[in-house]
Ligand binder design. Structure first.
Ligand SMILES: Cc1ncc(COP(=O)(O)O)c(C=O)c1O
Length: 395
């Protein structure tokens, strides 16, 4: 198999697996236990917290372990918005139209809870404009949440610039607006320093960077107004109740450390492969066009629209040929639900439904990319012939 779906999940890093194994065996203690196996588990969680904090430029006390990106994002948005509203600071939240559903659906839930939401749109490259964030700010704004890198098209957002804007706004108006970023797609590809980014909260999901599934990180800056989402025991500094996933936490920390090492070299190598894939497909396949910004983007993410193709048909054909890629649209009961990200970018619907995401990984080779380029034209032809719905759209 040629695996080009690293934005969906990544294989477990061998060092992460090794770090986890003791806690899936003899070291089974509960970190709250006051005896030896409990203390060993607590020490592992403490060490992991230290390691993660070091990778992010954070203090260990600002690192909360969660069950994944989705929980981190839910915890950050609900916990911060709710605390700010309770403090009487306001009830307006700003986010973008291209967040992952883990952010977008929480925003919609906040609306059900009586918050007022502004969804900032994007340009054709998938990027928001700083002026639109500025224009959306109001005296009741309490929180902004903007993803660092988009999972479908890879476009980077100006998060550090938004942080600077919010700092200036706070100084001028004596009104603080908290900032969260969904950085789930960033580790391994972009340097992550919470102070350089200037965010109050940042979410990560371990399985996107060689860690285990069901494990995540929430960075929450010291003294940020916050109410926990999960209530129960006092774990995670009273911010996330529940017995710790010790093995997951140990694997997460080691994977993040590995992902945080050698970023520039990895990014340059994989970006060159991404360009080889993009240019090869465009040169050999009529009606193929990349979606999103090609410069200010993740080095490993390539989203391509194929005219007159149903992406699900093409992805199935590629699967049969031994290539794993991802379709950005879902067809249910003959109704198309094109990607909300491509729609927000203004991609025409007939191209949006024929868009496929190839996401490369650290282990992707030149030979693999050349093999994919060689089989794409025939697979696209086959998919075109089979894509009855797309054919109707085209006609
Ligand atoms: C940008 C982004 N945010 C959040 C998530 C949710 O992460 P998880 O499914 O691991 O909870 C994903 C997963 O695809 C993602 O790509």
């Amino acid at each position: 198999m040629i695996y080009l779906d690293h934005a969906a999940t990544t294989p477990l890093h061998p060092r992460a697996r090794e770090a986890m194994l003791p806690f899936l065996g003899g070291e089974f203690g509960n970190p709250s236990g006051l005896y030896a196996v409990g203390r060993a588990a607590q020490a592992a969680v403490d060490d992991a917290r230290q390691l993660v904090a070091g990778c992010l430029g954070a203090r260990p006390s600002e690192v909360i372990f969660t069950s994944g990106g989705t929980e981190s994002i839910n915890t950050a948005l609900l916990g911060m918005a709710y605390a700010m509203r309770r403090a009487g600071a306001g009830n307006h939240v700003i986010t973008t139209a291209i967040e992952h559903h883990a952010g977008l659906h929480v925003a919609q839930h906040l609306e059900e809870l009586g918050f007022d939401l502004t969804y900032i749109g994007v340009d054709a490259s998938g990027r928001i404009r700083l002026e639109e964030v500025e224009a959306a700010l109001r005296p009741e704004t309490v929180l902004a949440s903007v993803m660092l890198a988009n999972n479908e098209v890879g476009t980077l957002q100006p998060v550090a610039e938004i942080a600077a804007l919010l700092r200036a706004y706070a100084q001028a108006r004596h009104h603080r607006v908290l900032l969260h970023t969904d950085a789930v797609q960033a580790p391994g590809w972009l340097p992550l320093d919470v102070n350089a980014l200037g965010v109050d909260a940042l979410s990560l999901s371990a399985h996107k960077f060689g860690g285990p599934k069901g494990s995540g990180v929430l960075f929450l800056r010291r003294a940020t107004p916050f109410r926990p989402l999960l209530h129960g025991g006092g774990q995670e500094m009273q911010k996330r109740a529940g017995t710790e996933n010790v093995a997951g936490i140990a694997g997460t920390a080691v994977a993040l450390e590995a992902a945080s090492t050698g970023i520039a070299e990895r990014a340059a190598r994989v970006r060159a492969l991404r360009e080889l894939l993009r240019d090869g497909i465009i040169a050999t396949t009529p009606g193929a066009q990349p979606n999103g910004c090609q410069v200010n983007c993740l080095p490993n993410n390539l989203n391509i629209a194929f005219d007159d193709v149903e992406s699900d048909v093409l992805v199935s054909g590629l699967d049969a040929a031994g290539v794993a890629a991802s379709s950005g649209s879902a067809c249910s009961n003959s109704t198309w639900e094109p990607s909300h990200v491509l729609m927000a970018m203004g991609v025409p619907i007939r191209r949006a439904v024929g868009s496929v995401r190839f996401s490369l990984g650290e282990s992707t080779t030149r030979e693999e990319i050349e093999a994919v380029v060689a089989l794409i034209p025939a697979e696209v032809e086959r998919a075109r012939a089979a894509s009855l719905v797309a054919g109707r759209l085209a006609g």
